[in-house]
Structure formats: structure tokens, C-alpha cells
Design a protein around this ligand. Sequence first.
Ligand code: SF4
Length: 375
Amino acid sequence: MFSPASSLYFHFPFCESKCHYCDFYSLGREKTEAGDADRFEVALIREIELRGKRGEIAKVPDTIFLGGGTPSMTPPESMERIFRALSEFCSPNENTEWTMEANPSSISLEQFKAYRGLGINRVSMGVQSLKNDHLLKLGRVHNENAALTALDTLFSAGMTNVSTDLLCGVPGQTTDDLKDHLERLTNFPIKHLSIYLLTLPSHHKMYPDLPKDDEQLKHLLFIDEFMRKKGFEHYEISNFAKPGFRARHNLAYWTGSSYLGFGPSAHSYSAEARARFKNLSSLHRWADRLLVENELPVEWTEELNDEQLDLEKWMLALRLETGFPVEWLKTPRQLEKSKHLLLEGLIERHPAHADRFRATPRGFALSDTLIRELS
Ligand code: SF4
């Protein structure tokens, strides 16, 4: 049983086709059958009803995030039925940050005007690259022109709070490529940019071509400098925002707040219960559990012990620009290590809060080292 959660996540598992690097639970069109999308909608509504009747949804959610997969493949009429079910249990208002993830291949003016009318007020679009051969290599279905046209369309549809996702560490990508992509994206009035490092398992065919650590570090430091000059705050390892536009939903994850997930493979976290939950990662098993057994589709639950919570606390704090309070450095080992990290320029005193330390841009890029040394 969850205390009412004010951050809600909905996982929409459908995609045009599966990208070569993707490890989210998502199904390309070739893996779906007629009727899957309808059954998904009915099952999602059942999940909302089950959670809502248990009093687990806050009356006024602070954030709603529609992720996936590609939620922008869901027709507005279907989205409206889902939101109507949700409105039985909560009343999002104009202060609710209501984000939809979108891909350039599924963006049209009419559709986004309709989503805006339903209350969605933030869009996070997966651009990933503005170079066609890199997009092809990644298995993306859009090209450079489609990404730029889609961005234009989002603004024309009245979406003013737009974030874009880029990938760095793509084999063959150069600093000039990144400069070009960042320049073209920041020429739009975007408010937020996420840049994720491409990570692949060692058996992946592109793995041997991934850039070496020093090349990656050079790129990450370049991105940090470029985005700061453009007026963005580097507020989390992979995220940049114009002042006032940090992603509140993701901040709930990163600051250890509770969140409730719906849909196949969705995760939830209850801060009160100190426990994580994960839904079944199969559209059919998830839907059967809800529609046939009329049960919550939870696959596993994990209660976190003190040691796990402590590690998590460090991992989250070292991701964020706000850093951690000085009093977290307790043991002689932590005090000694922190001195070295300060000398090496990987952490620094927070310029606005003398009682806190934080990772420097170089520290962000080497965060695994920081976590290992300080936790
Ligand atoms: S669009 Fe996103 S979720 Fe879908 S397959 Fe590609 S990376 Fe995965």
C-alpha cells in the first residue's frame, strides 16, 4: 500500500521500430498485433482504477510523466479516455508538470494541439542526433529534417516547455558534430536538454567502436561549457535547463521522493515503505494480471536496507548540482578521500551554500569514481 504519490509515471510500450541500442521495454510494430493498443488502454485504465481505489494517487499530482516507448503514437482520443479515468482519482492543475515523451516520426500539429488541450504542458523529444548516418547506425526511424520539422511543429502547437534528448558517445561522433547539433537545437526556444552517453553491452556489435574514456571526457566537458554559455544550468549529470525549467518529475526520482508507475515494466518507489516495485515487463502478462486476474501487475518488490539507502543517497546527490552537505563526510576515510577529490578538482565547495560540496563538471563526467570514493 502506497501513501498517495504525487509523481505519476505511465509507460507506453509501443514504438515504430526497435532502436539498436534500446534497453527499455518497448515493442516495434513488427512485434505487435491488431488489438494490442486497445487492450493496453483498457488494462491501463484498470490499473489506474485499482491504484486509485487504494488511495495511492495524490489528489493534485505535482508531476505526470508519459514515457515509453513512444507515447506520442497514442491517438489523442485514447489518451483522453486514459486521462478521464485518471481524473476520477485526481485533479491535475496548471501547476502540474505534465510531460509527454515524443519521437519525431509521430508528431503532427493537430495531434499536439489536441494533447495540449488535454493538459499536457511539456514535451521531451528524442532527437538523439542531427546526422543522418549516425541516426541510421542507431536504428532510429527519423532523419535530421524530420527532427527539425517536428520541433517546429511542437512550438506551433503551443508547446512552450520543450526538452530535447541527444546522445553522445556515438561511434564516429566528433566535437564538431556535437557543436553543430547543440547550436541548431539551442536556436529553437527549448527550455531543457538531456544528453545521455550511449552505453552498450560488451557483446553489442557497436561496442568496440565506442569512444575511449579521454575522448568521452573531452566531449562531456565541451557540452558543459557550450550549454552554460547558452544560459542553461547544468543541474544534473546529463541534464541542462534554462532557469526555472528543471525537470520536476526527474528531480522527484533524484531526490528520493515517492513515485508511482503504471504500465508494463514501470517502476515505483515508496519513500515511506523504503521499497521499490516493478511491474511485469511483458505487455500480455501485465494486461492478463489486470484484466483476467484483476490484480496489481507487480513483478517484484524490494525493501531497501540501510546500506542500500546510504549508497543510493550518495549516488543521487553526486548526480545533482546541489551536491551534498558537509556533515555527510563522517568517517576518516571519507574525509581523507574528499581532500584528494578537492585537490583533483572533482568536487568543490558549493558556490551558493558554504555548507555543501558538489561535483565539478569534470566530477560529473567521472561520477563512478566519486561514488566509489565517497560512499
Ligand atoms: S524510440 Fe526510444 S523507447 Fe523506442 S525503441 Fe527507440 S530508444 Fe527505445
